[in-house]
Design a protein around this ligand. Structure first.
Ligand code: FES
Length: 78
């Protein structure tokens, strides 16, 4: 398994409306934290996740979380 690119060593906190989102796993999207197709040619694919009610989330930007797409604090150890 390849190692994702670290986009940022802190999460992005967003208030999301209900819907389906595609979190960038590879770290190469120019539309972080979402996939923009930049993973093409790599073994990565985006992670689809659902938000069922409006809420504030902390999405991982280091791409090394063990609880994707959410921040689990791993960025502090990178
Ligand atoms: Fe990173 Fe699609 S651009 S997973």
């Amino acid at each position: 398994m390849s190692t994702p690119v670290i986009f940022d060593k802190k999460p992005v906190v967003l208030e999301l409306e209900p819907g389906t989102y595609y979190w960038c796993k590879c770290g190469q999207s120019k539309n972080q934290p979402y996939c923009d197709g930049g993973h093409k040619g790599t073994e990565f694919a985006p992670l689809a996740f659902e938000i069922t009610e409006k809420k504030t989330v902390a999405l991982c930007n280091c791409k090394h979380t063990a609880n994707s797409p959410f921040c689990d604090g791993t960025h502090a150890k990178l």
